[in-house]
Design a protein around this ligand. Structure first.
Ligand SMILES: [Fe+2]
Ligand SMILES: [Fe+2]
Length: 135
């Protein structure tokens, strides 16, 4: 688990080429990096609820923005892309359910592994496809 539990360097690799979307991705990566560092340095006590709340709010706003853009541009990959967004939100809530009884730090670590995989998978692949389409 530890090799994927590491901060993400904010490089051009993560740019999809749509300024507003890139700014929102930077916020997510910043949130993720801050939490990873907190866990690694043993300063992550009582951070789960706040992290979860921020991720839910982020997903709410950011996914709506991307989906609005896809609709406006009649992006042909809309359904697949939206399904991934919906899965993210569902998985996030599943992690919240599973958290009960777990050690706080361990639960936060699991949450961050999930978010890290999302950033590395969804942004680098699916969001980039949208960026290329919008051009
Ligand atoms: Fe995105
Ligand atoms: Fe997306």
């Amino acid at each position: 688990m530890d090799e994927i539990f590491s901060p993400i360097e904010l490089s051009d690799e993560y740019k999809v080429g749509i300024a507003a979307i890139d700014r929102e991705h930077e916020l997510l990566i910043g949130l993720y990096n801050g939490l990873v560092k907190a866990v690694k340095s043993g300063n992550a006590r009582d951070m789960w609820d706040d992290a979860f709340q921020r991720l839910v709010e982020y997903a709410d706003q950011h996914f709506a923005n991307e989906e609005r853009l896809m609709t406006a541009r009649q992006f042909p990959g809309y359904e697949n892309h939206k399904r991934q967004h919906d899965n993210f939100v569902r998985n996030l809530h599943e992690l919240a359910t599973e958290r009960t009884g777990q050690d706080e730090e361990q639960a936060l670590k699991l949450l961050l592994v999930f978010v890290g995989q999302w950033i590395r998978g969804h942004i680098l692949v699916t969001d980039k496809e949208l960026g290329e389409f919008v051009g």
